[in-house]
Design a protein around this ligand. Structure first.
Ligand SMILES: [Zn+2]
Ligand SMILES: [Zn+2]
Length: 386
């Protein structure tokens, strides 16, 4: 079994990719994008098109109405708050916002797969194409999965891909088990008492605790024996008082990103960081408040789904790269893989391609065909074996 996507339709898909690129919208505002997707999907005659899933999400269902596997494929929809440096004719029309993670390409691949499905509808079971908003902030996947849509649709398998600069174009990058890290943003706010800068003894500045906290937070990942695998903590922002030379500050804030390959380990790291903030604020007699944002679970590739993707790459005669280490970045597809058997895999975007989130990045259209071919091959195996 060896299926390649029909090359004639690629030109049409490239034009569509550029259209999506022009109408880049940030996380949570993917309105125009959803409209473009829906218009295109209507032409593919799926059984149903569901709008407004978990915000601006769109799901198309190709249903055979005969018992069989329920397979979900997902693409992300959002762009980033990054001003585009490129000056090609399809550059982003939205000031300060552009597709710098290639989600325009991921959506195009999924639509291309939808086009194939419209000619090759499932003989049993159903296929769900999910276009998911708000990936970059880590909120979209969870919102989509909470939607009532999933009361009626229980996927047996879930799949998604991400383009990866730094790897040869069209190579399939794969790993069993953890693929992308768990991560979360931690915000620690400290409150003491401000006073005149001439009389610091009358106030309680958080300055000493803040410096101690930063130093000791950075040491937490170094306690290797308490984690099962990789752990990392990066201080990303810190703030003390105001730039007012007459005032001894009363407030401070420290922000850090926590990262691990395993969900268990991020819990351990989180607890350690909370305990540290707790004990230091006791020592310095300060109030403290902790909150979290942009929480991503680890993306874990299931062995059964992994085997399907590996086989698909072989069938499609694409170069297969098995990575030793999971990636340190996070993907909110982890919410899908924590519920259903699934895989997130990479498609090489070119060894010297600008990195994701760089202002000169643009999705390489040459990999659209491989992405579609991978989805087709994964799906065909499920049609014959399950
Ligand atoms: Zn991104
Ligand atoms: Zn992305």
């Amino acid at each position: 079994m060896h299926t390649r996507f029909h090359e004639n339709t690629i030109g049409q898909l490239v034009r569509l990719r550029k259209q999506l690129h022009q109408h880049a919208e940030p996380s949570g505002s993917e309105v125009q994008t959803a409209k473009l997707l829906t218009e295109y999907l209507e032409g593919l005659n799926p059984h149903t098109i569901n709008n407004g899933i978990g915000g601006n999400g769109v799901a198309a269902v190709f249903d055979s109405k005969i018992e069989g596997p329920c397979v979900l494929f997902r693409a992300d929809m959002d762009a980033l708050p990054i001003e585009e440096e490129n000056d090609f004719e399809y550059r982003s029309l939205s000031p300060g916002v552009s597709h710098k993670c290639g989600h325009d390409g991921h959506m195009t691949i999924l639509l291309g797969f939808g086009q194939w499905l419209s000619h090759n509808p499932p003989k049993k079971g159903k296929v769900i194409l999910v276009f998911q908003p708000e990936e970059e902030t880590g909120q979209g996947a969870e919102k989509v999965l909470q939607d009532a849509f999933f009361n009626d649709h229980k996927p047996d398998f879930v799949f998604a891909l991400h383009n990866l600069p730094g790897y040869e174009k069209n190579a399939v990058i794969l790993r069993q088990g953890p693929f992308a890290a768990a991560s979360k943003g931690m915000i620690i706010s400290l409150k003491g008492r401000s006073s005149h800068a001439a009389h610091p003894e009358q106030g309680n500045s958080p300055v000493k605790m803040m410096t101690k906290l930063i130093e000791q937070l950075l040491e937490l990942p170094l306690q290797k024996d308490i984690y099962q695998d990789f752990a990392l903590l990066t201080i990303i922002h810190a703030r003390l008082g105001e730039p007012a030379f007459g005032t001894n500050p009363g407030r401070a804030q420290v922000m850090a990103t926590l990262r691990t390959y395993l969900d268990k380990d991020i819990e351990i790291l989180t607890n350690k960081a909370c305990q540290l903030a707790e004990s230091l604020s006791g020592e310095f007699e300060l109030e403290h408040k902790i909150s979290f944002t942009e929480v991503f679970p680890a993306t874990i590739n299931h062995p059964d789904a992994f085997a399907l993707v590996k086989e698909a790459a072989v069938n499609a005669r694409l170069q297969l790269i098995k990575v030793e280490e999971p990636f340190r970045w996070s993907e909110d597809f982890g919410h899908f893989t924590s519920r259903y058997k699934g895989v997130l895999f990479g498609i090489g975007a070119g060894k010297n391609h600008p990195g994701l989130h760089n202002p000169d990045y643009d999705f390489p259209d040459e990999i659209i065909s491989s992405g579609i071919t991978m989805f087709i091959n994964i799906y065909q195996q499920l049609q014959t074996t399950h």
